[in-house]
Design a protein around this ligand. Structure first.
Ligand code: FES
Ligand code: FE
Length: 380
């Protein structure tokens, strides 16, 4: 089956649905299988084009224990290479970002072009002892979609990102997602299995009781119906903002200059944030009228997952004049910290030998099982 197929119909939650058996959250063997069957197969968010505007600009990106170099090869092309020298495996760079003409390995100075090709292997004897064509850096797939860079650890994914997601929708393009800049990045270590965090994100059953800040901004009741359409490997769609609010903030007022063409728009309201999701290892993108947030999940081990949230505003916005970072990040920083605690407490219970999963709420947790079913298909 094509793992990046979009769901053809809304999944139908059943009253008998549950999460997975305990093994799926605690077994090292299953985690090893996930690396091969899931983490090396799916598209995830790596960064934004604003991080690498010039040819030779690069940044390092870590996912599922792998270090990738994301580099701008030309105005049109962004590439991803495994940060592993083809001589004896040294990492080529440890610097988080920079600009290079060539990547030169610090160990024995083999050098590589921006496209990953081996340029020079000093002092290696001539006469065909090494085949330069076979010693390019290992590639991962990289694609830019609406200014966002996505990677797939497989060099030949079953579907390109554009085949899977289609063209960016007009509502998103109106916000000019390529013309934003990062203003803040929070990285939380959550002591739980990555699927515990996934399940938490997929349901808002817990929101009313645990997320006072999120409840100010999002229409939690409508979000049940929104998430009910989540199922396959990826989807386009945002989340409902509360009626009457202009954006997602603690007051509902703008927290930065409107994005893109909304700057001249008299009607700023956007009732559903524009966005997309990639599953099952979650990337969630949400563009509001004045700022954007991207959540990215990075499984570190069977019992630890990194949860990164990045906030963006339009690129010409000035801190202190057009926005205060503390106000932009307020809702999700609070929500993330609440979710970290909920997930860690949940995982402690799952670790108990008496744990067996109970029934899911068909409406408020309706997205959980369809996404887990998709995960199970990938694991076959
Ligand atoms: Fe990179 Fe030797 S390990 S040149
Ligand atoms: Fe939550």
């Amino acid at each position: 089956m094509n793992t990046l197929e979009r769901p053809k119909r809304a999944p139908v939650p059943r009253a008998t649905d549950t999460t997975l058996s305990r093994d799926y959250y605690i077994s090292q063997e299953i985690f090893e299988r996930e690396i091969e069957k899931v983490f090396f197969k799916q598209w995830t968010f790596a960064g934004h084009v604003s991080q690498i505007p010039n040819v030779g600009d690069y940044f390092l990106h870590t996912f599922a224990g792998e270090s990738l170099i994301i580099v701008r090869e030309s105005a049109e092309t962004v590439r991803a290479h495994f940060n592993v020298c083809r001589h004896r495996g040294s990492q080529l760079t440890k610097a988080g970002s920079g600009n290079v003409k060539l990547f030169v390995c610090p160990y024995h100075q083999w050098s590589y072009e921006l496209n990953g090709g081996l340029r020079r292997a000093p002092m290696m004897p001539d006469g065909g002892c090494i085949d330069y064509d076979k010693l390019a850096l290992n590639p991962a797939a990289a694609e830019v979609w609406a200014g966002m860079i996505f990677v797939n650890l497989s060099p030949n994914p079953e579907q390109t990102l554009i085949q899977a997601l289609g063209e960016p929708p007009a509502g998103l393009l109106k916000l000019e997602p390529e013309n934003v800049k990062e203003i803040c990045r929070d990285q939380l270590l959550v002591r739980g299995n990555w699927k515990t965090l996934l399940e938490n994100y997929l349901e808002c059953y817990h929101c009313a009781g645990s997320h006072p800040e999120l409840g100010v901004a999002f229409d939690i009741q409508s979000s049940y119906d929104q998430t009910a359409t989540w199922g396959g490997a990826c989807f386009l769609g945002g989340e409902p903002v509360r009626k009457g609010l202009v954006t997602v903030s603690m007051t509902g007022d703008l927290v930065s200059k409107p994005l893109g063409r909304h700057a001249e728009d008299a009607t700023l309201q956007l009732e559903v944030a524009e966005g997309l999701g990639l599953l099952p290892v979650l990337t969630r993108v949400l563009f509001h009228v004045d700022h954007a947030i991207i959540h990215v999940m990075n499984p570190l081990s069977v019992g630890e997952v990194q949860w990164t949230t990045i906030w963006y505003v339009r690129k010409d916005a000035v801190e202190g004049v057009d926005y205060e970072t503390d106000r932009v990040v307020e809702v999700w920083r609070a929500t993330n910290s609440e979710d970290k605690e909920l997930c860690e407490r949940n995982y402690q219970g799952v670790l108990s030998r008496v744990f067996v999963p109970g029934p899911l709420n068909p409406r408020a947790e309706g997205a959980v099982r369809p996404v887990l079913d998709h995960y199970l298909q990938m694991m076959e």
